[in-house]
Design a protein around this ligand. Structure first.
Ligand SMILES: Cc1cc2nc3c(=O)[nH]c(=O)nc-3n(C[C@H](O)[C@H](O)[C@H](O)COP(=O)(O)OP(=O)(O)OC[C@H]3O[C@@H](n4cnc5c(N)ncnc54)[C@H](O)[C@@H]3O)c2cc1C
Length: 293
């Protein structure tokens, strides 16, 4: 049963930040409610004040500029991202990720800010956004700060967001030439959260024969989305071959820190990390080498 609370609806970012300041730590922000309402119904969260930010128009936008990259407001829904033509053209991996995230109903209500702030290690956007080198903009009533998304997650369902802070925007840099970013999750029920997921971004050298830069990001393989940095190092400066691919998969599996739960054992998750990493590195490599980019 949901405990009584005082409901306030903010219409602007300033109004929301003033409300957060007024209620100190005794509140919860609600946007699409797709994650929060479940916790409230289970009695795991019982805020005295609920501050609704869903109607703040200045938090709902998708802006792409060729020189600046992509900016997405925190209250933008998954469906808006999925259907955006500029996202499809310049960051196609975001569209394919969104298409496989939850049901249409959840995508229509759930927002990108709510997904990240919820801090679920099995969330889909986290690994993909980190592979794309995203940054998040955060504000309280006195100041704004920006941090790489890689530093945003702290532990299971815990982020760097402090009392009084609102997530405002996710920013994606321009994708370098000869770069491909791919993502896949392994799940048993279609469009459910992944048992393990892997995002890989590869940038090729100018001549297109060796790897200039690589990001390998593992989801649901630790308490937060993590980069498999030792596996990345094996690839940077190299040409891919089957032997190297095997080593990268094994290294990523070692870097994972999974736990056993009702869905999978630790050992099975490590096996999935290895298999998905190899598959995603091969896919990103092949796409990045195509002359079109
Ligand atoms: C049936 C179902 C299936 C799902 N499947 C998937 C899946 O496959 N992959 C996946 O990634 N997710 C999945 N989800 C999770 C869901 O899509 C996301 O958690 C959703 O995007 C959350 O957004 P929201 O706006 O609904 O957040 P809310 O539920 O409103 O809020 C979630 C948390 O974020 C905080 N918050 C919200 N907005 C802000 C902000 N701007 N600043 C600071 N804090 C904020 C809230 O206080 C709360 O703690 C699923 C959910 C359901 C119900």
């Amino acid at each position: 049963m949901i405990r009584d609370f005082v409901y306030s609806k903010a219409k602007t970012v300033k109004e929301a930040l003033d409300l957060l300041e007024e209620h100190k730590e005794n509140y919860k922000i609600i946007c699409g409610g797709q994650s929060l309402l479940i916790l409230m119904r289970q009695g795991l969260v019982a805020p005295a004040n609920l501050i609704d930010i869903k109607s703040i128009e200045e938090l709902s936008y998708i802006n792409f500029k060729p020189k600046d990259g992509l900016k997405i407001g925190a209250a933008t829904t998954h469906s808006d991202i999925e259907k955006s033509s500029s996202v499809k053209k310049h960051y196609p991996v975001l569209v394919s990720m969104e298409k496989n995230l939850a049901s249409v109903q959840t995508r229509n209500w759930g927002t990108i800010g709510g997904n990240l702030a919820h801090g679920d290690p099995a969330g889909d956007p986290g690994p993909v956004f980190i592979a794309l080198n995203a940054t998040v903009k955060i504000a309280n009533s006195e100041r704004e700060r920006s941090i790489p998304l890689e530093e945003f997650f702290i532990d299971y369902f815990e982020t760097v967001l402090e009392d009084g802070e609102l997530l405002l925007e996710v920013q994606f840099p321009v994708v370098p030439p000869r770069t491909a970013t791919v993502y896949e999750k392994f799940n048993i029920i279609k469009n459910d959260q992944g048992i393990v997921s892997v995002a890989v971004s590869i940038t090729m050298e100018k001549k297109g024969s060796s790897c200039k830069d690589a990001r390998i990001v593992l989801g649901a393989a630790a308490s937060i989305p993590i980069r498999a940095k030792k596996a990345e190092k094996l690839l940077i400066g190299q040409k891919l071959n089957n032997g190297l691919l095997e080593k990268i998969g094994k290294r990523a599996s070692k870097e994972a820190d999974p736990v056993a739960d009702i869905h999978a054992s630790e050992e099975y998750r490590r096996h999935l990390v290895e298999a998905l990493t190899k598959r995603m590195v091969r896919k990103a490599w092949d796409q990045a080498r195509k002359p079109a980019r």
